[in-house]
Design a protein around this ligand. Structure first.
Ligand code: ADP
Ligand code: ADP
Length: 228
């Protein structure tokens, strides 16, 4: 089944003659349970596209649907992981509390929230660090916490905007492998944007290649990975 459907998406910043067209007539779908990558040069409109999908900006034209429902505003079953982990965690909350935080608005009781967060931390290899504070962790570990927090809410769709661009190469490889494993185990649907074509091919089932600005799709590649 289709999880995400993007139809005729257009976005321009500003109006009139000075308007900047960031995204032009994008059409694609993402299947439930898959990991799809959007790859394109810096400034081509990738973040704009993600922000339109996340309901953070209202597109100038076209529609976005999440499991068949048109997105209008911020959908509650969607999570986003940004590049800048250092600004995405609350410094005054423990790691455990950071991961629990978004669950406050759901229907889970306190004990269930605690368990859900602990499970998510374990899934990213951080069992036992729940009592620490973000500043006590390395950058790579902080980004793992951000991923755990996104996974804990079991979103229908996980959007990731250059999630590994701010960590060193070794950590990036570890986090890529981790994402790939957790995504398969949990059957999550992930849409990740990156400017790194190597990363997109390494990570995903499907690579959508965008042109430089304004972003349009120039290639749609089935990659897949051989089963290990
Ligand atoms: P990418 O994520 O691929 O680097 P962005 O979506 O951030 O690209 O930006 C696409 C284009 O839109 C760029 O030319 C950028 O300068 C422009 N842009 C992004 N955000 C704004 C904004 N808030 N106002 C005006 N122009 C913007
Ligand atoms: P080897 O060929 O000895 O397995 P590599 O240096 O090719 O070693 O890769 C080591 C690890 O680095 C791989 O298992 C993989 O996790 C990661 N890796 C390699 N290439 C990439 C890449 N382009 N993007 C992300 N991770 C990669």
């Amino acid at each position: 089944p289709t999880m995400l459907e993007v139809n005729g998406l257009d976005h321009r910043y500003g109006t009139g003659e000075t308007a900047h067209v960031a995204v032009r007539d994008l059409n694609f779908t993402v299947e439930a349970g898959s990991l799809a990558c959007i790859v394109g040069p810096s400034g081509c409109g990738k973040s704009t596209l993600l922000r339109c999908i996340a309901g953070l900006i209202k597109p100038s034209g076209g529609t976005v649907s999440l499991h068949g429902d048109r997105v209008d505003g911020v959908p509650d079953d969607l999570a986003v992981v940004f590049q800048d982990y250092s600004r995405s965690l609350f410094p005054w909350l423990s790691v455990q509390r950071n991961v629990e935080f978004p669950l406050r608005w759901g229907s889970l009781g306190k004990a269930e929230r605690r368990q859900r967060a602990a499970d998510a931390l374990e899934a990213v290899g951080l069992a036992g660090v729940g009592g620490k504070f973000p500043w006590q962790l390395s950058g790579g570990m902080q980004q793992r916490v951000s991923i755990a927090r996104a996974l804990a809410s079991r979103p229908a769709l996980l959007l990731m905007d250059e999630p590994f661009a701010s960590v060193d190469a070794q950590t990036r490889f570890e986090l890529e492998d981790l994402l790939r494993r957790v995504q398969r185990e949990q059957g999550s649907t992930v849409l990740l944007v990156t400017h790194d074509i190597d990363e997109s091919v390494y990570l995903s089932d499907r690579v959508l290649v965008l042109s430089k600005s304004p972003a349009t799709i120039v290639a749609d590649l089935e990659v897949g990975l051989p089963e290990e």
